[in-house]
Design a protein around this ligand. Structure first.
Ligand code: AMP
Length: 488
C-alpha cells in the first residue's frame, strides 16, 4: 500500500517523497482515507505510530481541495489542532509545514511561555491552520485576537493527556467557540472510559481506528539500562555481545560519525560490524543490511534515519549505544525487536551526559526502566556531564527542525492545573512532574509579563517545574491555570 493509493494529492506525495516516507504506517493507512472522506474520527494511536501524518496529510488535502466552509471572514482559521504540550504543538506544526510545503496553506503554532504580542500580530494575517495549546489559545480569545468561527476541522491530539492534565474545561470553552458544522478528529493513546465519554459528546458518528500501541510492543521487549562511563561504552558493548553470545545486534548511535567509529572499532576487535547511515551509498547500505539479515554480520550500527527501513523479523537484540535526542525515536528503535510476538531485548548504555534524555524517554513511555550495573563498569559518581554532539541531520528534516531538536521550546509545566480534572482525578499519574521538565532558554527569553489577571497567579514561572505548589484557582476567575505559560 502506497501513499498514492490512499488518495493523497500529488503535492503531498511530493512532500512525502522529500521527507523520505515510502510506506504509510498502519494508522496512516486507516486514518487517511477516513479523514479524506470528511468523517469524524476517533483514533487510538500514540506517539511513534505516525499519527501526526495520519491526520495532518488528509487535513491539508481537505483544506486545499474544498472551498472555505464558513467564508464570512477572510482571515478565519480553517483548521485547529489542540495539543497538550508546547513541544507536541511545535512538532505538529513542523509537520504541517513540512507536508504542506507545496500547498498554499498557512499555519502557525501558539503556546504560552513566550511573548504573546508577535502571536497576536501574526493572527491578524491569513491563517489556515492553527496548532495551539489550550491555555494560550484562550489567552488570545480573551484578548479578542482570535476568531475561531471559521474552523472546519478540529483535531484533539493526545486527548487523553489533555484530560489527564486538566484541560477539560479549557477544551470545552474552546469547543463552544467553534461552529457546529465541522469535522472532528480525536487522537488518544487509549480509549479509557473518560475519553469515550468525552468522544461521545464531541464526535458525530465517528469512524474508529485503533492501532496496536507501541507500548504493547515495548512490553514484549525486555528493556534495560546499563549506566556506564562515556569512555567505557565500547568495551561494555563488546562484553555484552561476547558474554551474551549475541549474534545479530542492531546498535544505534546518534551520529553518522559515531556509527562509523563504533563499527570500525568493533570490527577491528574481531566482532564483524558495519555501519549504515545517510552518507553511505544505497548500495553499501543494502549490502550491509543483507549480510546482517543473512546472519553473516554480527553487528549493524545504524543512525535512526538509516534504521527506518530495516525490517527484520524477530531481531533479538537492539542496543542504544547512545540515546536518541527524541524520545519517540527510542520507541522506534526498540520496536525493531520483539516484533510479531517474539521476545526481544533492548538495552541502553547510558552515560552521565544522557541522564536528561533518559528522563525524557521514561516520561514518554511512562515506564521506569531497570538499571543494571555491570561489575567492572561502574560509572564514576563524580563524572561531569558534557554537551552531547548534535547529529548531523541533513536528511532528517523533522529532527533537524527546531521542533524536534533537543533545544526546542518544549513541554514544560504545561497546564498541570488540577482544575478541570474530573473530580477525584483520573487516578493516573498527572502530577506536575509528569511532563514538566525542561526550562528552555528560548521559551523563557520572551516570557510574557504577567497580565495581572484576576487570580493573579499567571505571572509565576512554572517552567519546568514541578515542585512549586499550584495555586488554587479563584472561583469564577477568568482562567484557572496556575501560571501564565502553563498550558500554552
Ligand atoms: P508520530 O507518531 O506522528 O509522532 O510519528 C513518529 C515518527 O514516525 C516521526 O518521527 C515521523 O517523522 C515518523 N513517520 C511518520 N510516518 C512515517 C512513515 N510513513 N514512514 C516513516 N516514518 C514515518
Amino acid at each position: 500500500m502506497s501513499f498514492a493509493e490512499l488518495g493523497l494529492m500529488p503535492e503531498l506525495l511530493r512532500a512525502l517523497n522529500a521527507v523520505g516516507y515510502t510506506t504509510p504506517t498502519p494508522i496512516q493507512r486507516e486514518a487517511i482515507p477516513l479523514v479524506l472522506s470528511g468523517r469524524d474520527l476517533l483514533a487510538a494511536a500514540q506517539t511513534g505510530t505516525g499519527k501526526t501524518a495520519g491526520f495532518t496529510l488528509p487535513l491539508l488535502q481537505r483544506l486545499a481541495t474544498t472551498p472555505v466552509l464558513h467564508p464570512s471572514n477572510k482571515h478565519r482559521i480553517r483548521a485547529l489542532v489542540l495539543t497538550p504540550t508546547r513541544e507536541l504543538a511545535s512538532q505538529v506544526e513542523a509537520s504541517v509545514k513540512e507536508y504542506g510545503q507545496d500547498l498554499k496553506l498557512t499555519s502557525m503554532v501558539i503556546f504560552g511561555g513566550v511573548n504573546i504580542n508577535p502571536q497576536r500580530d501574526r493572527l491578524q494575517r491569513k491563517l489556515d491552520i492553527l496548532v495551539a495549546t489550550p491555555g494560550r489559545l484562550l489567552d488570545h480569545v480573551g484578548q479578542g485576537s482570535i476568531d475561531l468561527g471559521g474552523v472546519e476541522i478540529l483535531v484533539l491530539d493526545e486527548a487523553d493527556r489533555m484530560l489527564d492534565m486538566g484541560f477539560i474545561r479549557d477544551i470545552k470553552r474552546i469547543l463552544a467557540l467553534l461552529p457546529t458544522q465541522r469535522q472532528n478528529l480525536l487522537f488518544s493513546a487509549t480509549f479509557a472510559p473518560e475519553i469515550k465519554t468525552f468522544a461521545q459528546n464531541l464526535l458525530d458518528n465517528p469512524a474508529k481506528v485503533e492501532v496496536a500501541p507501541q507500548v504493547t510492543t515495548a512490553e514484549r521487549v525486555e528493556q534495560r539500562i546499563y549506566p556506564v562511563d562515556r569512555d567505557a561504552k565500547k568495551p561494555l558493548l563488546q562484553k555484552l555481545i561476547i558474554d551474551g553470545n549475541w549474534n545479530q545486534v542492531l546498535v544505534f548511535t546518534r551520529t553518522k560519525h559515531g556509527a562509523n567509529r563504533l563499527a570500525e572499532g568493533l570490527d577491528g576487535d574481531g566482532i564483524p560490524a558495519m555501519a549504515i547511515h545517510g552518507n553511505k551509498s544505497q548500495a553499501a547500505r543494502e549490502r550491509a543490511l543483507s549480510q546482517f539479515k543473512a546472519g553473516k554480520l554480527r553487528v549493524l550500527v545504524a543512525t535512526d534515519i538509516a534504521a527506518r527501513g530495516i525490517d527484520i523479523d524477530a531481531l533479538p537484540h537492539v542496543v542504544n549505544y547512545e540515546l536518541p535526542n527524541v524520545p519517540e525515536d527510542y520507541v522506534h528503535r526498540i520496536g525493531r525487536t520483539g516484533r510479531a510476538g517474539a521476545g526481544g531485548e533492548a538495552v541502553s548504555l547510558v552515560c552521565v551526559d544522557e541522564h536528561k534524555l533518559l528522563a525524557d524517554i521514561e516520561r514518554t513511555i511512562r515506564q521506569k526502566l531497570e538499571r543494571v550495573i555491570v561489575p567492572g563498569f561502574e560509572p564514576d559518581p563524580n563524572a561531569r556531564p558534557e554537551p552531547l554532539r548534535k547529529p548531523q541531520a541533513a536528511r532528517q528534516p523533522r529532527r533537524d527542525s527546531p521542533a524536534r531538536s533537543h533545544s526546542a521550546p518544549a513541554r514544560s509545566g504545561e497546564g498541570r492545573s488540577n482544575e478541570g480534572r474530573p473530580s477525584g482525578g483520573s487516578g493516573r499519574a498527572s502530577t506536575g512532574s509528569g511532563y514538566a521538565s525542561e526550562s528552555r532558554a528560548g521559551a523563557n527569553a520572551n516570557r510574557s509579563p504577567n497580565r495581572g489577571e484576576a487570580n493573579g497567579n499567571r505571572s509565576s514561572d512554572n517552567r519546568g517545574n514541578t515542585a512549586a505548589p499550584r495555586p488554587q484557582p479563584s472561583p469564577g476567575g477568568p482562567r484557572r491555570r496556575p501560571s501564565g505559560n502553563g498550558n500554552a
